[in-house]
Design a protein around this ligand. Structure first.
Ligand SMILES: Cc1ncc(COP(=O)(O)O)c(C=O)c1O
Length: 396
């Protein structure tokens, strides 16, 4: 689809894009520019390069806001999805939930969308309930309906999960939830990089995602929240940059939203690198990205289906993720074998440790596709998986 990723010159076939993605030249150039041409702190200086930092940093916020169709004040920079989900759980829901209130998640969620809720359950006596997955391991509104009650206060779900990769009908789930006064938190770590995201259309209350999974730098992410909800959210960190004044414990005044949630020196190169990444993705077009991934996944599924010793767990999902096992071979051994041929895949439980009972295994090989992957990458992978004896011999 494009060739301006320096990592393509290394000869690796990178199929672990659910973990992180490669960075294109415009992103690397932008980060280098910050370090070579205008290094200064943000929101603190009165000299020209510092003002440039402010413009670039706030400009990146505007790029993010336009990308997800939110107001720019509704975009909080975090260190990633994990940080964003913890911020919303701790900053908003710790204050708004009471004993016996209920939170609905499901068994396919990533640890980052489970553990913050478990902590609230332990600390506040709220209950975490699990919506069932269907026969294709997907989550539907019907299974949410089965567990919802008048005590449900929040539904938290990934729009696309990192193992099964099913695209959830978040819009329909949000509509159902809002009719009952339930808030919806969306983990967009695996969806925002791959499909067009419109928070106004989805009408979700919060959305979390990571820059590094969408061609941006590591250590930067976003929490989107509806402005009126952010007004009721507590900052987790206090300190420089987020306060207007602090004369005594009783006289603390915070800066406006979103700055009040970004205490300390922010990840400047991360934010402007993310801005450059979004521009890059937009230059390709999110619809083209999704079409490319879904097409390549279908090709991979068709090819793997021809191999008897391969069992797939998510053939039908509409995303670029395929999880499978080679009969009788531990997933990590498969990954190590493929690594000898410079093919990078992920093996293990993929941080979705609650999924094991439903899948019947806690170990799978995951291939996750992105814009720079090609049919030739898939062919090479498939050819290496065809002969089980070759895998068994070479993994020794
Ligand atoms: C669905 C999902 N949620 C959350 C995360 C956590 O993202 P990060 O490690 O960037 O905070 C991941 C990372 O793999 C993920 O796939």
């Amino acid at each position: 689809m494009n060739n301006n990723f320096p990592m393509l010159n290394t000869g690796y076939i990178y199929l672990d894009n659910g973990a992180t993605t490669w960075k294109p030249e415009p992103v690397i150039k932008k980060i280098n520019e910050y370090y070579n041409d205008f290094t200064a702190n943000a929101h603190r200086g009165d000299y020209d390069i510092s003002l440039r930092v402010d413009n670039e940093y706030e400009g990146a916020r505007k790029i993010v806001a336009d990308f997800i169709n939110s107001d720019y004040k509704e975009v909080i920079f975090t260190s990633g999805t994990t940080d964003a989900l913890n911020l919303v759980a701790e900053g908003y829901f710790r204050k708004h939930l009471q004993k016996d209130d209920e939170i609905i998640i499901n068994y396919a969620e990533h640890a980052s969308n489970v553990m913050p809720w478990f902590r609230l359950a332990n600390d506040l006596g709220v209950k975490v309930k699990f919506a069932a997955l269907n026969d294709s391991n997907a989550l539907t509104l019907d299974s949410i309906k089965e567990v919802v009650s008048d005590k449900t206060k929040v539904i938290s779900l990934a729009m696309i999960t990192n193992v099964i990769g099913d695209l959830r009908d978040v819009k329909e789930i949000v509509k159902f939830a809002h009719e009952r006064g339930i808030k919806v938190v969306v983990d967009g770590a695996q969806s925002v990089p791959h499909i067009k995201t419109d928070v106004k259309d989805l009408d979700c209350d919060f959305l979390a995602f990571s820059g590094h999974k969408m061609c941006g730098p590591t250590g930067i992410g976003v929490l989107y929240g509806k402005y009126e909800l952010l007004e009721e959210m507590e900052p987790r960190n206090l300190g420089g940059g987020m306060n207007a004044s602090f004369d005594s414990p009783e006289e603390i005044e915070l800066k406006s939203i979103p700055t009040r949630f970004e205490a300390g020196t922010p990840n400047i190169e991360g934010a402007i690198g993310l801005g450059a990444a979004i521009k890059y993705l937009e230059s390709i077009g999110m619809d083209n990205i999704q079409k490319h991934e879904v097409g390549l996944k279908k090709y991979l599924v068709d090819e793997l289906s021809k191999i008897e010793h391969i069992k797939m767990y998510n053939k039908d999902t509409i995303s670029g993720t395929v999880v499978f096992n080679v009969d009788g071979i531990f997933s990590q051994d498969v990954a190590i074998y493929l690594s000898k041929y410079k093919i990078c895949v992920r093996a293990g439980n993929h941080c979705a440790k609650l999924l094991k009972n439903k899948l019947g295994t806690d170990n799978t090989v995951r291939v996750s596709i992105y814009i720079y992957n090609t049919k030739e990458d898939v062919d090479k992978l498939v050819s290496l998986l065809q002969d089980k004896n070759k895998i068994l011999n070479e993994m020794l």
